[in-house]
Structures are given as structure tokens and as C-alpha cells.
Design a binder for this molecule. Structure first.
Ligand code: GNR
Ligand code: NI
Length: 175
């Protein structure tokens, strides 16, 4: 178990285009476990490898369900290696997004409401499935990271600058 440091904007590494994973071995599976540990520790619902400094096309997601009876949090870990969007809806959905690399800042982002994706799992097996709701939003947010794109890059310059200004102010208060 290892909690890795999360890279924050404006670190230029977040702009890296990540490269495909070619070998899925125990070392990679161990790194993926560290990604989950890091994501849970930071209370995030997703994490891309570049956010912890590895420019490879890997992301993890856990939207965590609540057990309706007990209220206990039920983990639902998903790993996506070399994910690709193969179909997207014209219908868009708007969600107030946040990002562990842009801490405590939120803004509405519009994205296709439904996507079909293809990826490999931690055994290298290929999968295809359709996603909607928060899963579709989160998957697209994470896949953006693989292209070096942050959710704030979807905002107008005015709104992006407002978010970055608030972040700078929050960091100053913190220091
Ligand atoms: O924890 C996260 N929450 C979130 C909320 C709305 C849309 C996307 C996300 S992903 C984010 C974690 C993160 O930064 N992943 O890259
Ligand atoms: Ni993010």
C-alpha cells in the first residue's frame, strides 16, 4: 500500500499526452493498487496515472455506492487500461466537476451524456461497454487527463482564470 503525491496545476506534467500500456504485469498491477490507495485517501472518484507522475494510459474510477439498508459505503473499483471512446451521444449532460489536480475548485462542464468505450483490464482482457450518468462524466474527465487536458480547459478563458485565481487565493490562505 502506497499513497503517492498528486500533481497539481500548473505543473507542466499534467499536459503530457500519455502513451499506451504495452505490458500488463505484476509491477503494473501493483502500481494500479497504489493509484486506488491514493484516490481513496484523497476522497476522489477517479484518478489518471499522470496525476501521480506516470504518463501511461491508465485510469481508475470508484463512484462508491451507499448500501441503502446500512448506509455503509460499498466500493466499486474499476480500472481502465488504454481506454478509447468508440461512440458518443449527441445529447450532452452538464455536471459540476472537480479535480484532485485543481483542488477544491468546481465548475460546470458539458460532455456527451452517453459514451461507448473500449479498454483493457488488469489481466489484459479487452472490454466494451456503454456508460451514462456520473460514470460517463468521470470516464471522460479521466480520459482527458490522458491527453493532457484538465476540466478547466473546457471553460471560457474568463471562467478558467476565475477558478485559477480562487485556487491561488486558497493556497495563499493555506500557506
Ligand atoms: O474526485 C473527482 N470528482 C469528480 C467530480 C466530477 C467530475 C469528475 C470528477 S473526477 C475527480 C478526481 C480526479 O481529479 N480525477 O482525475
Ligand atoms: Ni481530474
Amino acid at each position: 500500500m502506497a499513497i503517492l503525491p498528486i500533481i497539481e496545476t500548473p505543473d507542466p506534467r499534467l499536459k503530457t499526452v500519455s502513451t499506451p500500456v504495452e505490458t500488463i504485469d505484476d509491477a503494473l498491477r501493483s502500481f494500479i493498487q497504489d493509484m486506488f490507495d491514493t484516490m481513496y485517501d484523497a476522497s476522489g472518484i477517479g484518478l489518471a496515472a499522470i496525476q501521480v507522475g506516470l504518463p501511461k494510459r491508465i485510469l481508475v474510477i470508484d463512484l462508491q455506492d451507499k448500501d441503502p439498508e446500512t448506509g455503509a459505503v460499498v466500493r466499486a473499483p474499476h480500472v481502465f487500461i488504454n481506454p478509447e471512446v468508440i461512440k458518443e451521444s449527441e445529447e450532452v449532460s452538464v455536471y459540476s466537476e472537480g479535480c484532485l489536480s485543481v483542488p477544491d475548485q468546481y465548475a460546470d462542464v458539458a460532455r456527451p451524456a452517453v459514451i461507448k468505450a473500449r479498454w483493457q483490464d488488469a489481466q489484459g482482457k479487452a472490454h466494451e461497454a456503454e456508460f451514462d450518468g456520473l460514470m460517463a462524466t468521470c470516464l471522460q474527465h479521466e480520459m482527458d487527463h490522458l491527453e493532457g487536458v484538465l476540466f478547466i480547459d473546457h471553460l471560457s478563458k474568463l471562467k478558467r482564470d476565475m477558478v485559477l485565481k480562487k485556487l491561488a487565493k486558497a493556497r495563499k490562505m493555506d500557506a
